[in-house]
Write a protein that binds this ligand. Structure first.
Ligand SMILES: [Zn+2]
Length: 338
């Protein structure tokens, strides 16, 4: 039995995190969201070079295909390898055959020069015809001046801004700082404790929020469109849908899987091309009430833009074994730097 759907969309990913699994433990146990950033993600992103970025993206794109996800909205950081990084990611995804929209994470964590170079990478990529948004980390690592530049570049390019908002308590004034600056084209990742009204699509990442112990965003409370992401924990969107449903159900026993399914479907508003992709699945029917309780559903065949990119459980354009081997080599190099 098979059923066919359009390609699924991961609306918030960090492909650079694909190599992080199994990384050495941080020097001390992180006890807050800020310590998780400092001791894990900000050490990891500093260690990345373009070769690692490339194989991390190849592995992430491969794993997306293996989950029936044909479009990824990525948010990237590699402070010591900024220039050209978005093209490396776009090329890697193209090689595997997966659609991607890129963003470079602008931040003041590395001074004025780091912020300027991040802005410039967004500008370069978008002006050369790259698909994406202007990326920004989060208000709590952005000065007002840098935030102005991000907002301006989002307007100048017409691309909008992809930013983390209220992921943890550190970012609690983000709603106030962003009020009046956002528009419908913005992507607002997390919004766990956001109370202000901002414009844009809210990107809900239930698995990551649970992993970081930051609380439940309860995205059903917003009037904004809501779409689903993984925040870097792979690109299995049926898994993200199930987590979103279960998390909502945990706080409201009357919640139905249809709500979380509508969040998954909202990905097609952000990445309309994915509607043209066709994924044949190992299960039928592909219906929210079935899928909420059916782990392990896999794609059998995938066509992206009418091109066969996945058949009989394997990618057709690349060698999955080679990607895994090269990614493992790069992970070893990365871990040695940590
Ligand atoms: Zn994120």
């Amino acid at each position: 039995m098979t059923a066919t759907t359009p390609g699924l969309v991961c609306s918030h990913h960090h492909l650079y995190s694909a190599l992080a699994r199994g990384m050495p433990s941080p020097p001390k146990t992180a006890t807050t969201f800020h310590e998780i950033l400092e001791q894990i993600w900000w050490r990891l992103d500093m260690a990345l070079d373009l070769e690692m970025v490339r194989w991390s993206a190849m592995l992430g794109a491969l794993e997306a295909l293996e989950s029936g996800t044909t479009a990824i909205i990525d948010h990237h950081a590699s402070p010591n390898a900024i220039e050209g990084s978005l093209s490396v990611i776009a090329d890697a995804c193209a090689e595997v055959g997966v659609r991607v929209a890129c963003a470079y994470e602008v931040t003041d964590r590395h001074g004025e020069d780091g912020a300027r170079r991040g802005l410039e990478e967004n500008r370069r990529f978008l002006s050369e015809g790259g698909r994406g948004w202007v990326g920004a980390h989060a208000c709590f690592t952005l000065s007002d001046d840098t935030l102005d530049l991000v907002v301006g570049l989002g307007q100048d390019t017409g691309a909008g801004v992809h930013i983390h908002v209220h992921e943890g308590p550190e970012d609690s004034d983000a709603g106030k700082r962003l009020a009046g600056r956002t528009d419908e084209g913005w992507l607002l990742a997390h919004c766990v404790s956001l109370e202000e009204r901002l414009d844009g699509t809210i990107l809900h990442n239930p698995e990551s929020n649970m992993n970081n112990s930051v609380g439940y965003a309860n995205p059903g409370r917003f009037e904004n469109p809501v779409a689903l992401g993984t925040d870097g924990i792979g690109a299995n969107m049926l898994g993200a849908f199930r987590a979103a449903y279960l998390k909502q159900r945990e706080s409201d026993v009357t919640a139905t899987p249809e709500t979380a399914w509508s969040w998954l479907e909202a990905g097609w508003d952000l990445f309309p091309e994915a509607r043209r992709d066709a994924v044949s699945w190992s299960y039928e029917p592909m219906d929210p009430w079935h899928l909420a309780f059916t782990p392990g559903v896999r794609p059998i065949k995938i066509a992206i833009d009418n091109k066969l990119v996945f058949a009989d459980g394997a990618p057709t354009l690349v060698d999955a074994g080679e990607i895994r081997a090269k990614a493992a080599e790069q992970a070893t190099r990365l871990f040695a730097r940590l």
